[in-house]
Design a protein around this ligand. Structure first.
Ligand SMILES: [Mg+2]
Length: 392
């Protein structure tokens, strides 16, 4: 099996970058987003010009102002950050469903299936995000999540100067342990201050130092965690990029200008809503496990019904068939309808290229089964492949 292509993306000074987009006069200034100093506010995000003066996030604002008296303090606009984050994540979703969002400004992507080298993919994403949102970001590329995230952190830490880092760092497969070795052991994922303190008493300062201990010794000292430490210190991390679509849903609804009581029109509407939903599923490379409908009567009473599909689906016909059967069970002939909606949930990534394989395999399987049936009935000679027949 070849190495995976895992990318870790982190937006640079995210809140500040969004604020600069809204107030270009902030550009290049030392400023911080956060609470007011007289209200015991802390720094949520600070510009790189402020960082150059020693300001850091999570620092009390009053302290930040002592370090940097000209610091401009900007009140946070969380709705703005949420909207910008959604914009970025939807750009990423355009490339893969294998996206794991870690926080408002951080995500893992598994781009193993794409043909381009990891570095090229990272540049492409960085350019696309800058062009479409105006936001800078840094990326780490590696064969696993642990090393990809560490690569981003290292790339950002190496950055000097007042501007955004917009850094990209690639750790080629096989070089994980060498890349991690010189880093302080605290930078290893899962090593908190307590573990770091404990490791220090064993003479461990860097991740490389940690590789000097056998798994047995580490397990005696740290239990199951010792096993993890042993693997992580060597840059080994098999965890998959996990998508979290379980809470999400994709739906479409329409409120009629005038209530509709005509069954044919309602079914037509249901079909077009189903097609729109199926199309968004496919464009996000997702399949839905559940289909539901929503129906509002003219008196505003609202009903929903849902059904679990036999197999997750993204096809117009499957979504429509499920929606229609729910509709037939809910709607009484002649009843005026004010609003109609089709929704899907329990979303999961479509099994990417595998699904093509599966379909091809299923077709082949069916063909083979049919041929087998013929063989049984009429004997071997009857069955010849198309190519053989054409060749005659
Ligand atoms: Mg960030």
């Amino acid at each position: 099996m070849g190495a995976r292509k895992i990318l870790h993306l982190d937006l640079d000074a995210f809140f500040c970058a969004v604020e600069e987009l809204h107030s270009p006069d902030l550009r290049g200034l030392a400023f911080a987003v956060g609470g007011k100093p007289n209200e015991r506010g802390v720094v949520s995000s600070c510009s790189y010009a402020a960082r150059a003066k020693g300001v850091r996030s999570a620092m009390p604002m009053s302290h930040a102002l002592r370090l940097c008296p000209e610091l401009r303090v900007v009140a946070p606009n969380h709705a703005r950050y949420q909207a910008a984050s959604e914009q970025v994540m939807s750009i990423l979703h355009g490339h893969t469903a294998l996206l794991e969002q870690l926080s408002i400004d951080e995500a893992f992507l598994d781009l193993t299936d794409l043909p381009q080298p990891g570095e090229e993919l990272a540049r492409m994403l960085q350019t696309q995000i800058r062009e479409q949102t105006g936001l800078p970001c840094s990326l780490g590329v590696a064969a696993n999540k642990l090393v990809a995230k560490t690569a981003t952190d290292v790339a950002k830490a190496r950055h000097r100067g007042g501007g955004y880092p917009s850094a990209i760092l690639v750790v080629p497969p096989g070089e994980e342990a060498a890349f991690l070795a010189p880093l302080p052991v605290q930078s290893l994922w899962g090593v908190g201050p307590k573990t770091a303190e404990s490791l220090k008493t064993m003479g461990v300062e860097t991740i490389g130092d940690l590789t000097g201990f056998s798994e047995a010794v580490l397990m005696r000292r740290f239990g199951v965690m010792g096993h993890e430490l042993y693997l992580r210190a060597r840059g080994i991390d098999e965890r998959p990029v996990t998508t979290e679509h379980s809470a999400r849903s994709i739906s479409q609804e329409i409120t009629f200008e005038k209530d509709i009581a005509d069954g044919a029109r309602l079914r037509d509407t249901l079909r077009s809503l189903s097609e729109q939903v199926a199309f968004s599923l496919r464009s996000k490379r997702l399949c839905a496990g559940t289909v539901k409908i929503k129906l509002r009567k003219s008196d505003f009473s609202t009903f929903t019904r849902q059904v679990t599909l036999e197999q997750p689906a993204d096809q117009d016909g499957v979504i429509y068939a499920a929606a229609l059967s729910l509709f037939e069970g809910l709607w009484e002939k002649g009843q005026p309808v004010r609003l109609l909606g089709v929704g899907t949930s329990r979303l999961g990534p479509r099994a990417q290229q595998l699904s093509l394989w599966d379909t091809a395999n299923q077709k082949e399987r069916r063909l083979l089964d049919a041929l087998d049936g013929l063989r049984e009935r009429f004997g071997e000679e009857v069955v010849q492949s198309g190519r053989k027949l054409k060749g005659r």
